[in-house]
Design a protein around this ligand. Structure first.
Ligand SMILES: [Zn+2]
Length: 241
């Protein structure tokens, strides 16, 4: 392969990553890092020059900011670094915990290691058991057993950049976090935004869908009583048993 062919092939590889809409929306930070990494390797190999790299990185950054803006109002699904209690949907006690993708049963039967891992493949996300057996699908924050029983994954904490955080459940703290994130978003300050985004996703509150936290609309908004945000709807067990 000569230099021209190599450049065409490598650019096509980079292009396939930047065009991966699914990846961009499911993990925007990893998406951005991977695209930048690819361009950096191309520069190091002498395939592209500094200016070309700059232009490529700018395209990636624009795609990143576009994605996170879109995600602000999206329903939050399963979070990679999430700590979850696995609660039977029809009531009853917690059957186990998922911590950073590893499931362990509440009854402690899993001696010497994990019992299952959260994995994702083409058919979606699921809980794959250590000793085989049918995997249990995870759709959003609902886990379904092989017998059809449903469980809610209730977020109790999040592991972000090496630190465990409790979900933000104080309205003032949430407001301050939203303001910080907003400024970072407008300024395209990646380092601040990537820290704020997972905290916002794990928070007990979410942006009001009526007024979209717009300064001019929220004052008269009935849905959020002028706060611009509302408490996140969590699936509640329909029995207290
Ligand atoms: Zn509102």
């Amino acid at each position: 392969m000569n230099q021209t062919e190599l450049k065409a092939a490598w650019t096509a590889k980079w292009r396939a990553t930047i065009d991966d809409h699914e990846y961009r929306l499911s993990n925007p930070e990893a998406y951005r890092t991977n695209c930048h990494w690819e361009a950096r390797e191309m520069l190091a190999a002498g395939i592209i020059d500094e200016l070309e790299k700059l232009e490529m990185d700018e395209l990636v950054d624009a795609a990143y900011w576009h994605a996170v803006e879109e995600l602000v109002t999206n329903e939050v699904g399963y979070l990679q670094g999430g700590h979850y209690n696995v609660m039977p949907r029809n009531g009853g006690t917690c059957i186990g915990k998922i911590i950073n993708g590893t499931y362990s049963a509440a009854d402690g039967k899993a001696l010497g290691g994990f019992e299952a891992r959260v994995l994702q493949n083409n058919s979606g996300r699921h809980l794959a058991f250590r000793f085989g057996g049918e995997p249990w699908p995870i759709d959003g924050l609902v886990l379904t057993s092989n017998t059809g029983e449903q469980f809610d994954l209730v977020l109790t904490a999040q592991f972000i950049n090496g630190v465990v955080y409790r979900p933000v459940d104080d309205a003032d703290t949430y407001r301050a976090l939203v303001n910080t994130a907003q400024i970072a978003l407008e300024a395209h300050d990646f380092d601040t935004y990537r820290k704020a985004r997972p905290l916002l996703m794990g928070a007990e509150f979410t942006m009001c869908i009526e007024c979209h936290d717009s300064f001019s609309l929220r004052e008269d908004c009935q849905a959020c009583a002028g706060n611009g945000f509302i408490r996140r709807a969590r699936h509640q067990p329909n029995s207290s048993a």
